[in-house]
Design a protein around this ligand. Structure first.
Ligand SMILES: CC(C)(COP(=O)(O)OP(=O)(O)OC[C@H]1O[C@@H](n2cnc3c(N)ncnc32)[C@H](O)[C@@H]1OP(=O)(O)O)[C@@H](O)C(=O)NCCC(=O)NCCS
Length: 144
């Protein structure tokens, strides 16, 4: 099995919007709202022109997901990952994290952060299998 990360390109616009709006992906995202084409365009203009930190995940030559690094502190980046539900559970997410560790190291990044919604088993696993350590738990209360 061959998992590769390549820089996002102009023609990936539609694909990324579709993956992001898959119900299974939305459910596990911090922002669960459906993303409109205009919101996606905003993101696109902010990020994709340079796209140094936005990668398409390909598996055996097929584009199957997105991995994005969001800067949180100097040399510390949060990993945002989504895989097309049709291609989940095949080990692609774990391999993509393995790849981003190498890229991060080569770029002098000192820390990667995985922020995971409670109950997102697949996401916990891809980080734990790649030596990420559980350091924080966050409790919230919605006040009615
Ligand atoms: C989280 C996600 C990236 C994982 O990618 P993936 O390619 O499906 O993960 P893998 O196939 O490498 O699976 C890793 C492990 O998690 C398990 N797993 C994956 N999805 C699972 C699920 N829904 N429930 C239970 N276990 C799951 C796999 O069986 C595997 O376990 P193993 O290593 O013991 O065999 C992917 O499911 C996804 O895009 N989810 C929606 C968006 C999301 O949650 N993003 C993460 C935000 S940080």
């Amino acid at each position: 099995m061959m998992v590769l990360l390549r820089q996002v390109r102009e023609e990936d616009f539609e694909k990324i919007l579709n993956w992001r709006n898959e119900p299974q992906v939305r459910k596990n995202s911090f922002n669960q709202k459906e993303i409109s084409r205009n919101e996606h365009l905003d993101y696109w203009h902010k990020r994709i022109k340079s796209a140094e930190y936005d990668f398409i995940i390909s598996h055996n030559g097929i584009d199957v997901g997105l991995l994005r690094l969001d800067k949180r502190e100097e040399k510390a980046y949060e990993v945002n990952i989504m895989i097309d539900p049709k291609h989940q559970g095949l080990g692609i997410g774990s391999d993509a994290i393995k790849e981003i560790k190498k890229i991060a190291k080569a770029r002098g990044i000192k820390k990667l952060i995985g922020r995971v919604k409670h109950g997102n088993v697949g996401s916990n696993k891809i980080f734990e299998k790649n030596e990420f350590q559980l350091r924080y738990v966050v409790y919230e209360l919605d006040i009615e």
